[in-house]
Design a protein around this ligand. Structure first.
Ligand code: PBG
Length: 328
């Protein structure tokens, strides 16, 4: 056997991958339980839990059960939720969204009473609250901007009044962050933060979420207010505007397919950037795992880590509980 001629190379990157201990030592980015935000769906009634058909392992809870779920999240180390509600009734003016006794407002109070240190963020948009399933008010097939912002301000104040720590406008109307900031301040809620869904794309990855909330648009799509998947400069503009208007945290949504946007945002702005690992991304992993085609746990952890690597400071994910368990 001839003697193998060793390559004469000073750099052998594999030296840093040789053992698990070495790999851990040189790992650049990590995922921790502190990075996870759990989206929670609440529905009217008591003692109810319904699994979302297109999101196995994800549920709608009545408020009493949502409180129990929050205790469980807290015990797992998850310190933040984002609340989404299915209202008692949908009306064309979306007025149930700012009802002081509405689903979100009551859920906030019940959760704060039992798990007071859990950070509660609340979705601010009208899609579950009107029969149209659009994020804003609708007139003659048009999604109204300024009229919608007025309702969103009332909604934000009612959430703050119930005890929300952050409001999360996900509607993509122009000027809503500034208007909500001013309304909150005027109402005495200058400590309540705003996480803005700043670069939110008109995405087909939201399908299962709309099943969860019974909020699919009844006509057209959301492309007159959510962003075009082909654009990135526009995302920087949206994020910049929201920061100037007073957003404390900005979000890029969806997640994996939009990590270039996250990366650009982190290069450019000095604010925390959130990523939403959305319902369709979750559903795809679940479906492939159910067929035995991928290793669910590993795909989940890899996806979340990649969001951290791209620069995400926090991740909204339906996998928060499973990930928290894995991270223990
Ligand atoms: C509604 C809202 C949506 C999501 C979060 N808030 C759906 C939409 O814009 O149609 C999507 C979340 C997900 O898909 O997991 N304003």
């Amino acid at each position: 056997m001839s003697q193998l001629d060793l390559l004469n190379i000073p750099h052998r990157p594999r030296r840093l991958r040789r053992t698990a201990a070495i790999r851990n030592l040189v790992q650049e980015r990590t995922l921790t339980v502190n990075d996870l935000v759990y989206p929670l769906f609440v529905m009217p009634g008591t003692n109810g839990i319904e699994e979302v058909a297109s999101m196995p392992g994800s549920f709608r809870y009545t408020i009493d059960n949502a409180v129990k779920e929050c205790q469980e999240l807290w015990d797992l180390g998850i310190q933040c939720i984002d609340l989404f509600g299915i209202p008692e009734q949908k009306t064309e003016d979306g007025s149930e969204s700012y009802n002081d006794k509405g689903i979100i407002q009551e859920a906030i109070r019940a959760i704060k009473a039992k798990v007071p240190d859990l950070c509660i963020m609340t979705d601010v948009a009208l899609d579950p609250f009107t029969p149209f399933g659009h994020d804003g008010l609708v007139k003659d097939g048009i999604i109204l901007n300024d009229e919608t912002v007025e309702v969103l301000c009332k909604m934000a104040i009612s959430h703050a009044n119930a005890g929300a720590d952050f409001v999360s406008p996900s509607d993509m109307m122009d000027g809503r962050i500034g208007a909500i900031r001013e309304s909150l301040d005027d109402a005495g809620f200058s400590d309540v933060g705003i996480l803005s869904y700043a670069a939110k794309y008109a995405s087909s990855f939201y399908g299962p979420f709309r099943d969860a909330l019974h909020s699919a648009p009844q006509f057209g799509d959301k492309s007159t207010y959510q962003m075009n998947a082909g654009n990135t400069d526009e995302a920087m503009k949206e994020i910049e505007l929201d920061i100037m208007e007073g957003a404390d945290i900005v979000m890029v949504k969806p997640g994996l397919a939009y990590l270039d946007i996250v990366y650009r945002a982190k290069e450019r702005f000095d604010v925390p950037v959130a990523i939403y690992h959305v319902s369709g991304e979750y559903a795809m992993v679940k479906a492939a795992a159910a067929k035995g085609w991928i290793d669910e746990d590993r795909v989940m952890m890899e996806s979340l880590l990649c969001m951290k690597r791209a620069g995400g400071d926090m991740i909204f994910t339906y996998y928060a509980k499973e990930a928290a368990k894995r991270l223990r």
